[in-house]
Design a protein around this ligand. Structure first.
Ligand code: UDP
Length: 324
Protein backbone atom coordinates (compact mmCIF):
# COMPACT_ATOMS: atom_id res chain seq x y z
CA UNK A 1 0.00 0.00 0.00
CA UNK A 2 1.21 3.51 -0.80
CA UNK A 3 0.43 7.02 0.29
CA UNK A 4 -0.48 9.35 -2.56
CA UNK A 5 0.90 12.87 -2.10
CA UNK A 6 -0.68 15.34 -4.49
CA UNK A 7 1.30 18.54 -4.73
CA UNK A 8 4.33 16.63 -3.44
CA UNK A 9 6.75 18.73 -5.51
CA UNK A 10 5.88 21.86 -3.55
CA UNK A 11 7.29 23.18 -0.31
CA UNK A 12 5.34 21.33 2.38
CA UNK A 13 4.47 18.30 0.24
CA UNK A 14 8.10 17.58 -0.65
CA UNK A 15 9.13 17.64 3.02
CA UNK A 16 6.25 15.33 3.98
CA UNK A 17 7.30 13.03 1.13
CA UNK A 18 10.87 12.83 2.38
CA UNK A 19 9.69 12.36 5.97
CA UNK A 20 7.26 9.53 5.14
CA UNK A 21 9.87 7.68 3.09
CA UNK A 22 12.32 7.95 5.97
CA UNK A 23 9.63 6.51 8.24
CA UNK A 24 9.26 3.48 5.96
CA UNK A 25 6.21 4.45 3.89
CA UNK A 26 5.97 3.98 0.11
CA UNK A 27 4.79 7.15 -1.60
CA UNK A 28 3.49 8.20 -4.99
CA UNK A 29 3.75 11.90 -5.82
CA UNK A 30 1.40 13.56 -8.30
CA UNK A 31 2.19 17.15 -9.24
CA UNK A 32 1.48 19.22 -12.36
CA UNK A 33 4.68 21.23 -11.69
CA UNK A 34 2.86 24.54 -12.18
CA UNK A 35 4.51 25.73 -8.96
CA UNK A 36 6.45 22.74 -7.66
CA UNK A 37 9.87 21.50 -8.74
CA UNK A 38 10.70 18.07 -10.11
CA UNK A 39 14.05 18.26 -8.28
CA UNK A 40 12.21 18.37 -4.95
CA UNK A 41 10.77 14.87 -5.47
CA UNK A 42 13.68 12.61 -4.61
CA UNK A 43 11.74 9.86 -2.86
CA UNK A 44 8.95 7.58 -4.03
CA UNK A 45 7.36 7.40 -7.46
CA UNK A 46 6.73 10.61 -9.41
CA UNK A 47 3.86 11.17 -11.85
CA UNK A 48 3.36 14.48 -13.60
CA UNK A 49 -0.33 15.27 -13.95
CA UNK A 50 -3.22 17.34 -12.72
CA UNK A 51 -5.64 16.45 -9.93
CA UNK A 52 -8.36 18.14 -12.01
CA UNK A 53 -7.90 15.53 -14.76
CA UNK A 54 -10.32 12.77 -13.78
CA UNK A 55 -9.04 10.25 -16.37
CA UNK A 56 -5.47 10.70 -15.23
CA UNK A 57 -6.43 10.42 -11.56
CA UNK A 58 -8.59 7.33 -12.15
CA UNK A 59 -5.60 5.73 -13.86
CA UNK A 60 -3.33 6.65 -10.91
CA UNK A 61 -5.70 4.99 -8.44
CA UNK A 62 -6.74 1.99 -10.51
CA UNK A 63 -3.18 0.86 -11.23
CA UNK A 64 -1.87 1.22 -7.65
CA UNK A 65 -2.90 0.29 -4.13
CA UNK A 66 -3.36 3.64 -2.40
CA UNK A 67 -4.22 3.67 1.27
CA UNK A 68 -4.50 7.42 1.87
CA UNK A 69 -4.23 10.68 -0.03
CA UNK A 70 -2.47 13.80 1.24
CA UNK A 71 -3.44 16.97 -0.59
CA UNK A 72 -0.94 19.83 -0.94
CA UNK A 73 -1.81 20.87 -4.52
CA UNK A 74 -3.24 24.30 -3.70
CA UNK A 75 -2.51 27.92 -4.49
CA UNK A 76 -1.54 29.55 -1.21
CA UNK A 77 -0.78 33.24 -1.56
CA UNK A 78 -3.13 35.47 0.44
CA UNK A 79 -2.35 38.62 -1.60
CA UNK A 80 -2.66 36.87 -4.97
CA UNK A 81 -5.99 35.32 -3.96
CA UNK A 82 -7.45 38.79 -3.46
CA UNK A 83 -6.37 39.79 -6.99
CA UNK A 84 -7.31 36.56 -8.80
CA UNK A 85 -10.00 34.77 -6.76
CA UNK A 86 -11.36 32.78 -9.73
CA UNK A 87 -8.03 30.96 -10.11
CA UNK A 88 -8.07 30.18 -6.41
CA UNK A 89 -11.61 28.81 -6.34
CA UNK A 90 -10.99 26.75 -9.51
CA UNK A 91 -7.72 25.30 -8.31
CA UNK A 92 -8.42 24.91 -4.61
CA UNK A 93 -12.09 23.95 -4.66
CA UNK A 94 -13.14 22.64 -8.09
CA UNK A 95 -10.02 20.53 -8.65
CA UNK A 96 -10.17 19.21 -5.09
CA UNK A 97 -13.72 18.01 -5.82
CA UNK A 98 -12.42 16.14 -8.88
CA UNK A 99 -9.70 14.58 -6.76
CA UNK A 100 -12.31 13.44 -4.23
CA UNK A 101 -14.46 12.02 -7.05
CA UNK A 102 -11.53 9.99 -8.32
CA UNK A 103 -10.80 8.71 -4.79
CA UNK A 104 -14.40 7.63 -4.30
CA UNK A 105 -14.55 6.05 -7.79
CA UNK A 106 -11.67 3.87 -6.71
CA UNK A 107 -12.69 3.07 -3.15
CA UNK A 108 -9.99 5.16 -1.44
CA UNK A 109 -11.46 6.96 1.56
CA UNK A 110 -8.68 8.33 3.76
CA UNK A 111 -7.94 11.98 2.99
CA UNK A 112 -5.45 14.28 4.69
CA UNK A 113 -6.18 17.89 3.87
CA UNK A 114 -3.95 20.96 4.20
CA UNK A 115 -6.10 23.76 5.45
CA UNK A 116 -4.85 27.00 6.93
CA UNK A 117 -5.07 29.43 9.80
CA UNK A 118 -6.36 31.86 7.15
CA UNK A 119 -9.63 29.91 7.36
CA UNK A 120 -10.19 31.58 10.77
CA UNK A 121 -9.95 35.21 9.63
CA UNK A 122 -9.39 37.81 12.35
CA UNK A 123 -8.70 36.16 15.68
CA UNK A 124 -11.19 36.94 18.44
CA UNK A 125 -9.27 34.80 20.92
CA UNK A 126 -5.57 33.97 21.10
CA UNK A 127 -4.28 31.28 20.83
CA UNK A 128 -6.68 30.05 18.17
CA UNK A 129 -8.16 26.68 19.10
CA UNK A 130 -10.23 24.30 16.98
CA UNK A 131 -13.37 25.89 18.51
CA UNK A 132 -12.54 29.35 17.17
CA UNK A 133 -15.10 30.84 14.78
CA UNK A 134 -14.10 30.52 11.12
CA UNK A 135 -14.68 33.73 9.22
CA UNK A 136 -11.96 34.18 6.58
CA UNK A 137 -11.07 37.65 5.31
CA UNK A 138 -9.45 36.62 2.03
CA UNK A 139 -10.38 34.30 -0.87
CA UNK A 140 -7.53 31.89 -0.06
CA UNK A 141 -8.97 31.27 3.42
CA UNK A 142 -12.46 30.88 1.97
CA UNK A 143 -11.35 28.25 -0.56
CA UNK A 144 -9.93 26.18 2.29
CA UNK A 145 -13.01 26.66 4.45
CA UNK A 146 -15.27 25.55 1.59
CA UNK A 147 -13.32 22.29 1.33
CA UNK A 148 -13.39 21.81 5.10
CA UNK A 149 -17.21 22.08 5.05
CA UNK A 150 -17.50 19.87 2.00
CA UNK A 151 -15.41 17.18 3.71
CA UNK A 152 -17.88 17.07 6.61
CA UNK A 153 -20.75 16.49 4.18
CA UNK A 154 -18.79 13.88 2.19
CA UNK A 155 -17.98 12.03 5.40
CA UNK A 156 -21.64 11.84 6.41
CA UNK A 157 -22.97 11.00 2.94
CA UNK A 158 -20.18 8.95 1.34
CA UNK A 159 -18.02 7.74 4.21
CA UNK A 160 -14.98 9.70 3.03
CA UNK A 161 -12.82 10.09 6.15
CA UNK A 162 -10.57 13.10 6.56
CA UNK A 163 -7.90 14.58 8.75
CA UNK A 164 -7.77 18.34 8.36
CA UNK A 165 -4.70 20.34 9.40
CA UNK A 166 -4.82 24.11 9.71
CA UNK A 167 -1.26 25.23 9.47
CA UNK A 168 0.02 28.43 10.89
CA UNK A 169 3.10 29.81 9.07
CA UNK A 170 5.17 26.98 7.62
CA UNK A 171 8.86 27.83 7.75
CA UNK A 172 12.34 26.30 7.73
CA UNK A 173 13.84 23.60 5.55
CA UNK A 174 15.00 20.02 5.61
CA UNK A 175 17.78 19.87 8.29
CA UNK A 176 19.87 17.86 5.79
CA UNK A 177 19.46 20.71 3.27
CA UNK A 178 18.31 18.40 0.45
CA UNK A 179 15.08 20.33 -0.10
CA UNK A 180 13.56 23.59 1.11
CA UNK A 181 11.21 26.45 0.35
CA UNK A 182 11.35 27.33 -3.34
CA UNK A 183 8.70 29.64 -4.73
CA UNK A 184 8.90 31.65 -7.93
CA UNK A 185 8.27 34.48 -7.41
CA UNK A 186 8.88 34.48 -3.67
CA UNK A 187 6.45 36.40 -1.48
CA UNK A 188 6.96 34.89 1.97
CA UNK A 189 8.61 36.94 4.66
CA UNK A 190 11.59 34.76 5.67
CA UNK A 191 12.89 34.03 2.12
CA UNK A 192 12.25 37.69 1.18
CA UNK A 193 14.54 38.67 4.07
CA UNK A 194 17.23 36.33 2.69
CA UNK A 195 16.81 37.80 -0.80
CA UNK A 196 17.28 41.24 0.72
CA UNK A 197 20.32 40.09 2.74
CA UNK A 198 21.95 38.89 -0.48
CA UNK A 199 21.20 42.01 -2.48
CA UNK A 200 18.18 40.92 -4.57
CA UNK A 201 16.05 43.67 -3.03
CA UNK A 202 17.01 47.04 -1.60
CA UNK A 203 14.87 46.50 1.51
CA UNK A 204 12.23 44.26 3.06
CA UNK A 205 8.86 45.93 2.68
CA UNK A 206 7.07 45.80 6.02
CA UNK A 207 3.39 45.55 5.13
CA UNK A 208 1.68 47.75 7.71
CA UNK A 209 3.05 49.29 10.90
CA UNK A 210 -0.27 50.41 12.38
CA UNK A 211 -1.68 47.06 13.46
CA UNK A 212 -2.90 46.69 17.07
CA UNK A 213 0.21 44.72 18.08
CA UNK A 214 3.16 45.58 20.35
CA UNK A 215 5.30 47.04 17.55
CA UNK A 216 2.53 47.73 15.02
CA UNK A 217 3.49 44.90 12.62
CA UNK A 218 1.63 41.63 12.02
CA UNK A 219 2.22 38.72 14.36
CA UNK A 220 2.41 35.15 13.07
CA UNK A 221 3.13 31.71 14.52
CA UNK A 222 6.00 30.12 12.57
CA UNK A 223 6.10 26.34 12.51
CA UNK A 224 8.94 24.26 11.11
CA UNK A 225 8.03 22.25 8.03
CA UNK A 226 9.46 19.05 9.57
CA UNK A 227 7.19 19.46 12.58
CA UNK A 228 4.31 19.73 10.11
CA UNK A 229 5.55 16.58 8.36
CA UNK A 230 5.56 14.65 11.62
CA UNK A 231 2.01 15.79 12.37
CA UNK A 232 0.90 14.49 8.97
CA UNK A 233 2.27 11.05 9.69
CA UNK A 234 0.66 10.96 13.14
CA UNK A 235 -2.67 12.32 11.88
CA UNK A 236 -2.78 9.87 8.99
CA UNK A 237 -2.03 6.93 11.29
CA UNK A 238 -4.76 7.99 13.69
CA UNK A 239 -7.23 8.44 10.85
CA UNK A 240 -6.50 4.98 9.47
CA UNK A 241 -6.56 3.25 12.85
CA UNK A 242 -9.73 4.93 14.21
CA UNK A 243 -11.65 5.56 10.97
CA UNK A 244 -12.81 8.84 12.52
CA UNK A 245 -12.49 12.20 10.79
CA UNK A 246 -10.92 15.02 12.79
CA UNK A 247 -9.23 18.40 12.46
CA UNK A 248 -6.24 19.98 14.19
CA UNK A 249 -4.54 23.36 14.39
CA UNK A 250 -0.80 23.14 13.88
CA UNK A 251 1.02 26.05 15.45
CA UNK A 252 3.62 26.53 18.18
CA UNK A 253 1.43 28.71 20.40
CA UNK A 254 3.91 31.60 20.15
CA UNK A 255 3.81 34.63 17.89
CA UNK A 256 6.53 36.80 16.37
CA UNK A 257 6.02 40.17 14.73
CA UNK A 258 7.41 41.02 11.30
CA UNK A 259 10.02 43.25 12.94
CA UNK A 260 11.05 40.46 15.35
CA UNK A 261 11.48 38.04 12.44
CA UNK A 262 13.66 40.57 10.62
CA UNK A 263 15.80 41.06 13.75
CA UNK A 264 16.27 37.33 14.35
CA UNK A 265 16.98 36.68 10.66
CA UNK A 266 19.58 39.47 10.77
CA UNK A 267 21.33 37.70 13.64
CA UNK A 268 21.16 34.24 12.01
CA UNK A 269 22.49 35.49 8.66
CA UNK A 270 24.94 37.96 10.17
CA UNK A 271 23.68 40.58 7.71
CA UNK A 272 22.17 44.01 8.22
CA UNK A 273 18.65 43.88 6.76
CA UNK A 274 17.29 47.16 5.40
CA UNK A 275 13.55 47.71 5.79
CA UNK A 276 10.97 49.99 4.28
CA UNK A 277 7.57 50.67 5.83
CA UNK A 278 4.75 50.36 3.32
CA UNK A 279 0.96 50.11 3.52
CA UNK A 280 -0.87 47.03 4.74
CA UNK A 281 -1.20 44.04 2.40
CA UNK A 282 -4.87 43.36 1.71
CA UNK A 283 -6.24 40.27 3.42
CA UNK A 284 -3.74 40.15 6.32
CA UNK A 285 -5.20 39.64 9.82
CA UNK A 286 -3.16 41.37 12.59
CA UNK A 287 -2.40 38.33 14.78
CA UNK A 288 -2.50 34.58 14.08
CA UNK A 289 -1.23 32.29 16.83
CA UNK A 290 -2.34 28.68 17.02
CA UNK A 291 -3.03 26.41 19.93
CA UNK A 292 -1.30 23.03 19.68
CA UNK A 293 -3.24 21.47 22.57
CA UNK A 294 -5.53 19.19 20.61
CA UNK A 295 -2.75 17.84 18.36
CA UNK A 296 -0.57 17.40 21.43
CA UNK A 297 -3.16 15.42 23.35
CA UNK A 298 -4.62 13.30 20.53
CA UNK A 299 -1.65 12.88 18.21
CA UNK A 300 1.11 13.12 20.84
CA UNK A 301 2.64 15.79 18.65
CA UNK A 302 4.89 18.56 19.88
CA UNK A 303 6.95 20.91 17.71
CA UNK A 304 10.67 20.14 18.04
CA UNK A 305 12.15 23.07 16.14
CA UNK A 306 12.52 26.63 17.44
CA UNK A 307 12.09 29.76 15.34
CA UNK A 308 15.91 30.11 15.23
CA UNK A 309 16.07 26.52 13.87
CA UNK A 310 13.53 27.42 11.21
CA UNK A 311 15.44 30.50 10.11
CA UNK A 312 18.85 28.81 10.18
CA UNK A 313 17.74 25.70 8.24
CA UNK A 314 15.97 27.96 5.73
CA UNK A 315 19.10 30.13 5.40
CA UNK A 316 21.33 27.10 4.73
CA UNK A 317 18.89 25.89 2.07
CA UNK A 318 18.69 29.37 0.52
CA UNK A 319 22.49 29.60 0.24
CA UNK A 320 22.60 26.15 -1.38
CA UNK A 321 19.73 26.88 -3.81
CA UNK A 322 21.29 30.18 -4.84
CA UNK A 323 24.76 28.58 -5.00
CA UNK A 324 26.15 31.26 -2.68
N1 UDP B 1 5.24 40.34 5.16
C1 UDP B 1 5.87 41.55 5.05
N2 UDP B 1 6.69 41.75 3.99
C2 UDP B 1 6.90 40.81 3.02
C3 UDP B 1 6.25 39.58 3.16
C4 UDP B 1 5.42 39.37 4.24
O1 UDP B 1 5.70 42.44 5.90
O2 UDP B 1 7.66 41.07 2.08
C5 UDP B 1 4.35 40.08 6.31
C6 UDP B 1 2.92 39.73 5.93
O3 UDP B 1 2.13 40.89 5.81
C7 UDP B 1 2.50 38.85 7.10
C8 UDP B 1 3.79 38.16 7.53
O4 UDP B 1 4.85 38.95 6.99
O5 UDP B 1 2.04 39.64 8.17
C9 UDP B 1 3.92 36.76 7.02
O6 UDP B 1 3.62 36.78 5.62
P1 UDP B 1 3.93 35.58 4.65
O7 UDP B 1 3.60 36.05 3.26
O8 UDP B 1 5.30 35.05 4.90
O9 UDP B 1 2.92 34.44 5.13
P2 UDP B 1 1.31 34.47 5.30
O10 UDP B 1 1.06 34.95 6.71
O11 UDP B 1 0.72 35.33 4.25
O12 UDP B 1 0.94 33.03 5.13
Amino acid sequence: MSILIVGGAGYIGSHVNKYLNREGYDTVVVDNLCKGHRESVRWGEFLQGDIGDIDFMNEVFSSRRIEAVMHFAAFAYVGESVIMPAEYYKNNVVKTMTLLDSMMNNGVNNFIFSSTCAAFGEAVEIPITEFHVQNPINPYGFTKLVVERLLKDYDRAYGLRSCIFRYFNASGADPETEIGEWHEPETHLIPIIFETATGKHQAVNIFGTDYPTTDGTCVRDYIHVYDLAEAHKLGMERLISTGISDHYNLGCGKGFSVREIIDIAGKVTGKAIKTSEVKRREGDPPVLIGSMQKAESLLKWKPQFSLEDSISTAWKWYLKKEKI
